[in-house]
Design a binder for this molecule. Structure first.
Ligand code: BGC
Length: 461
């Protein structure tokens, strides 16, 4: 590497971080939400005794974390509004809850952080859930009623994310029963999918009618696949179908009612149609772990690693997602989530550096990417995993509430403040020497890849 490896971002690019209300507020004590009940019913499995999380429900905690993001030099904050707190019973809007979000948005603006507000991030009011949740067509009307009120109450919000990750919430809620309402039925899934996507479209129209200058879209999960062997037709077809079913069918359905596409990217897999995969995965400790998904080999190349979740960290797939989504839909992109579960903050710096380089490459090649929100601002309730998986730029002791800004957050801060990625400098200052070979290799592959042809794009082979 040398000094030519300095990339810059234009002055309007937004660097930020993201949270969702349920994950940071007071997850174990929200009787009015389906997820609150889910956590309570499984309390000792999801949340351990004494764990309270970031407690943004107490204003001082939210304010403190916002201040940290401001000091890090960020310019955007993705939050979400907790419908269950705002409208805890049908038609009953809670003034205290609405004032809380007004205050939150005001504080963000005062701190120079552009608020991006998500209207639905996995959780539903219990009264909506009890009436069938997204399976019930009437939920669309209830949602629109709430959206209308929010747009009216929060006129300063310019960026609205209507729904977070239909591609996670719907299959987890209706196909494998991992999330509330814990159903396993293809018919319910299809009904819920239809209603949720129609809610997206109608909410978009509603937002634009009342606030034409606002920017609205949804955030889509992109667990990306690539063919292991780009010459294999069956692997290319499998990859296409896999990406369609997991990711792009939702984006395609919402594209006409979107000012931007929100991308949540964490990981990627090679699609490998071989009965017994010989692929091995390189772990941080140099041991090898066999691929664990039949047919879909987790063909992580020798210079890749995994998060605490076991998710393969492959920044070049991030580039593929951005390139593919931009060339397919030609809409501005905001990265609404990207991050790593890394309790000890060992790899987060490298994760941020390499993913921002991948994103920068997509920008240089013409993709209209306007902002990046790192997931997450602070360690929070990772859904069914409780506080065991840590994504935060701020490290949190979930019992005492003590906070400490992670070392990796300062790497991100240097990039956000300087609007450049000075690879040599950042590596020396923030990345552990023993990780330099792997980091150099990832970056070299990211910079050297010359072929830009959708799924045939391959790195480091
Ligand atoms: C969700 C977040 C979650 C993150 C990490 C995304 O699917 O939107 O709420 O915490 O992934 O798992």
């Amino acid at each position: 590497m040398n000094n030519t490896d300095i990339f810059s971002f234009n002055s309007s690019f937004l660097f930020g971080s993201a949270v969702s209300s349920f994950q940071v507020e007071q997850a174990a004590d929200q009787p009015h939400s389906d997820w609150g009940r889910h956590v309570r019913d499984q309390y000792y499995e999801i949340v351990r005794p004494g764990e309270k999380g970031p407690q943004w429900i107490e204003w001082a905690n939210a304010k403190r974390d916002i201040q940290t993001m401001h000091e890090l030099g960020l310019g955007m904050q993705r939050i979400s509004l907790e419908w269950a707190r705002i409208e805890s019973a049908k038609g009953h809007f809670d003034h205290a809850a609405i004032s809380y979000y007004k205050q939150l948005i005001e504080s963000l603006q005062q701190a120079g952080l552009e608020p991006m507000a998500t209207l639905h991030h996995f959780t539903l009011p219990q009264w909506v859930a009890q009436n069938g949740g997204w399976q019930n067509t009437r939920t669309v009307d209830h949602f629109l009623h709430y959206v209308k009120r929010m747009v009216h109450e929060l006129p300063d919000v310019k960026f609205w994310v209507i729904v977070n990750e239909p591609g996670v919430q719907l299959p987890f809620g209706y196909l494998n029963g991992y999330f509330p309402p814990r159903k396993r039925s293809a018919i319910r899934f299809l009904l819920a999918r239809h209603n949720m996507l129609s809610a997206h479209k109608k909410a978009y129209q509603l937002i634009k009618q009342s606030k034409p200058a606002a920017q609205a879209g949804s955030a889509f999960s992109c667990l990306w696949l690539r063919p292991d062997d780009p010459l294999s037709r069956i692997e290319r077809l499998g990859t296409y179908l896999g990406n369609y079913l997991l990711n792009t069918n939702y984006i395609a359905a919402c594209q006409n009612e979107s000012d931007f596409i929100g991308i949540n990217y964490y990981m990627g897999y090679y699609f490998d149609f071989k009965l017994s995969s010989s692929h091995q995965t390189f772990r941080q400790d140099s041991s090898t772990v066999p691929a664990n998904i039949p047919f879909i080999g987790t063909t992580v190349r020798p210079h890749s690693f995994r998060s605490d979740f076991g998710w393969p960290v492959v920044p070049d797939f991030f580039y593929s997602v951005l390139h593919n989504v931009y060339t397919s839909y030609k809409k501005p992109i905001y990265i609404t989530e990207n991050g790593i579960a890394d309790r000890d903050d060992t790899y987060r710096g490298m994760y941020i550096l390499t993913h921002l380089i991948a994103m920068q490459r997509a920008i240089r090649e013409g993709c209209d990417i306007r902002g990046y929100a790192h997931w997450s601002t602070i360690d929070n309730l990772e859904w069914n995993e409780g506080y065991s998986k840590r994504f935060g730029l701020i490290k949190l002791n979930p019992v005492t509430g003590r906070r400490k800004t992670q070392h990796s957050a300062f790497l991100y801060s240097e990039i956000a403040k300087s609007r450049t990625i000075n690879i040599d400098y950042l590596m020396k200052k923030y990345i552990r020497p023993e990780l330099h070979p792997i980091c150099n290799r990832i970056i070299k592959d990211l910079l050297e890849c010359r072929t830009v042809r959708g799924m045939r794009l391959q790195y480091g082979r």
